[in-house]
Design a protein around this ligand. Structure first.
Ligand code: XIL
Length: 315
C-alpha cells in the first residue's frame, strides 16, 4: 500500500514520469496520479528545442514553466529533456553553417539551462540525446555532419557553465543491454571524462517491447557504467505490446517492469526510474509503432494494470 513515490524515496531512489502539458493542465484524474504517485518529472515535449525556441531567440517557456511549477508545488525533481537532439529541432538550426550552429547551440543551452539554474527542483539535464547509430558509430545527424563529434563535448561544457550544480547526462535507446551501441556509449563516456568533459550521468531510455525479449544483462550493463563514476538512470521506460492486450501479455509486461526496477534498485549508482507517461491514454507508442500500444502502468481509464503492481512490489 501507499504510493510509488513513498516506497522509492524510502530506498533513496526516484520514481518519475514524462508529463504531457495538456492533461497536466486540464485533467484532474491525470493530475492526481501525477502528484500522488511520482517524485520526479521529465517534460515529454515541453523543453525540446522546437517547443522552447522555434525561431532564433524567440523563446516560449510556457510548457516548461508549467511543468517546473507543478514539480515545485508537489516536491518533485525535474530532469530537463533535452538540449541537443536531431529530432524536434527547428529547420533554422539545421540549416546553419558550423560557426553559427555552434553559437546557436551555446545560446540555446545557456538560456534554457540558465533559466532554471537557481531552481532547486531542476536537478539534471539530458545534454545530448541519441548520438549513436545501432552499430555504435556516431549518428549521421545535422549536428555531427556539420560540427563533427566535438559538438558533444561543447554541449556539455556549455551546460556546465550555465548551471554548475546540474547533473549532466547523455541519453540513448537500445543501450540497455551490452551491445555495440552501449559499448560505443561506454567508450565515449570514458574518453570524455578522461578529457575532463563534464559528463555526470548516463540515461538508458528503455523503450522495450514484450515481443522482443528482455535485455537480461541490464543490471550488469548499468554496473559497468557506474564503474566509470557516473550516475545511471532509467529515463524513459515503457514496455509496449502488440495489440490487443491479453492476460499473458500483461503478465510478461509486468515481469519486464519488475526486472527494470529491480536492476536499478540493485545498482547503488542508479538514481531512479522514469516511466514515459503513466496512462495508456497518453502515450507516444501507438503513434510511433503501428498496432502496438498499452505500454504503461495505467490503462486509458486510469485503472492500475499488473505493470503498476509490479513496479510497486519492486520498489
Ligand atoms: C517522444 C514523445 O513522447 C512524443 O510525444 C513526440 O511526438 C516525439 O518524441 N526518445 C526521446 C523522447 O528521447 O524525447 C521521445 O519522446 C521518445 C524517444
Amino acid at each position: 500500500s501507499g504510493p510509488l513515490r513513498t516506497h522509492a524515496a524510502a530506498r533513496g531512489k526516484f520514481i518519475g514520469f514524462a508529463a504531457a502539458t495538456s492533461p497536466l493542465a486540464n485533467e484532474s484524474a491525470y493530475r492526481t496520479i501525477a502528484q500522488t504517485e511520482f517524485n520526479q518529472i521529465t517534460a515529454e515535449n515541453a523543453m525540446k528545442w522546437d517547443a522552447t525556441e522555434s525561431s532564433d531567440n524567440n523563446w516560449n517557456f510556457s510548457g516548461a514553466d508549467q511543468i517546473v511549477n507543478f514539480a515545485v508545488a508537489n516536491n518533485q525533481q525535474v530532469h530537463g529533456h533535452t538540449l541537443v537532439w536531431h529530432n524536434q529541432t527547428p529547420g533554422w538550426v539545421q540549416g546553419l553553417g558550423a560557426t553559427a550552429m555552434r553559437s546557436a547551440m551555446q545560446d540555446h543551452i545557456s538560456t534554457l539551462v540558465g533559466r532554471y539554474a537557481n531552481n532547486a527542483n531542476v536537478v539534471s539535464w539530458d545534454v545530448v540525446n541519441e548520438v549513436f547509430e545501432e552499430n555504435g558509430s556516431f549518428r549521421s545527424s545535422f549536428w555531427y555532419n556539420t560540427l563533427g563529434q566535438s559538438f558533444i563535448a561543447d554541449a556539455f561544457r556549455y551546460a556546465r557553465a550555465a548551471d554548475p550544480d546540474a547533473r549532466l547526462c547523455i541519453n540513448d535507446y537500445n543501450v540497455e543491454g551490452i551491445n555495440a551501441k552501449s559499448t560505443a556509449m561506454y567508450n565515449l563516456v570514458q574518453s570524455l571524462r578522461a578529457q575532463n568533459v563534464p559528463v555526470d550521468c548516463v540515461g538508458f531510455q528503455t523503450h522495450l517491447a514484450t515481443q522482443y525479449g528482455f535485455p537480461s544483462d541490464l543490471q550488469q550493463n548499468l554496473q559497468r557504467f557506474a564503474a566509470l563514476g557516473v550516475q545511471v538512470r532509467i529515463t524513459e521506460v515503457d514496455i509496449r505490446i502488440v495489440m490487443p492486450r491479453t492476460t499473458a501479455k500483461d503478465t510478461t509486461q509486468a515481469t519486464y517492469y519488475s526486472n527494470v526496477v529491480n536492476a536499478c534498485m540493485a545498482v547503488p549508482a542508479c538514481a531512479g526510474v522514469t516511466v514515459w507517461g503513466f496512462t495508456d491514454k497518453y502515450s507516444w507508442v501507438p503513434d510511433t509503432f503501428p498496432s502496438e500500444g498499452a505500454a504503461l502502468l495505467y490503462d486509458a481509464n486510469y485503472q492500475q494494470k499488473p505493470a503498476y503492481t509490479a513496479v510497486h512490489n519492486a520498489l
